[in-house]
Design a protein around this ligand. Structure first.
Ligand code: MN
Length: 205
């Protein structure tokens, strides 16, 4: 989770985008990345800095704010900065090379879901049924078990004492320019660009 250390002496910074804005096309278009990363995420970062300034949470890390802030604007914006830092970092340019999990992650998927296809299907079903705005996460609990966790608005698995591994953003801003109301098609196509080595690196082994 390298890029989520976004804090400097002048406040929280934008996470670094580790590929060009056109790199995920046609799964996610350049226009969507420009709006999603460049405008939506920038707004969450700006709001977080305004809200944390002078509060009792000033000086805490992003993760600590997500863990401890009460429900409300500060938590929502901190959660969204963390969610999006993880989100943009988990993709690999199109067309990808090996875009299947392996090693420790694949073993855990087999143990907890039976096989990779079943895990994908369960995440797709959760993404389709999440009402309104939010996230669906592949997350690992404190016993090492993989779970699929549906989170509303800016919520994050860290709040539920789980490690976030792979997150699907089901806010309309993530897909509407490219897929309009076809959320299910968007979610299915995302499998083509997942960086599974990055996802595995987020596991508590
Ligand atoms: Mn988003």
């Amino acid at each position: 989770m390298s890029t989520i250390q976004t804090k400097t002496s002048t406040g929280f910074q934008m996470p670094v985008l580790i590929y060009p804005t056109s790199a995920l096309s046609p799964v996610i278009s350049q226009t969507t990345i420009e709006h999603h990363y460049g405008k939506h995420l920038q707004t969450y970062v700006d709001n977080l800095n305004k809200l944390v300034s002078g509060s009792e949470y000033e000086g805490l890390s992003l993760r600590e704010i997500v863990e401890h802030a009460p429900q409300g604007p500060l938590f929502n914006n901190a959660g969204q900065v963390l969610n999006h830092a993880l989100y943009f970092e988990q993709f690999t340019p199109y067309p990808p090379g090996n875009n299947r999990p392996n090693g420790t992650l694949l073993s855990a998927i087999h143990f907890d879901f039976g096989n990779f296809e079943t895990m994908k299907k369960k995440m797709e079903e959760s993404a389709a049924s999440l009402f309104g705005s939010g996230w669906v996460w592949l997350a690992q609990d404190e016993n090492g078990k993989l779970n699929i966790l549906s989170c509303h608005n800016g919520d994050n698995p860290i709040r539920h004492r789980m490690a976030p591994l792979y997150g699907i953003d089901v806010w309309e801003h993530a897909y509407y320019l490219d897929y309009q109301n076809r959320r299910a098609e968007h979610v299915q196509r995302l499998w083509e660009i997942v960086d599974w080595e990055m996802v595995e690196s987020r596991m508590n082994m």
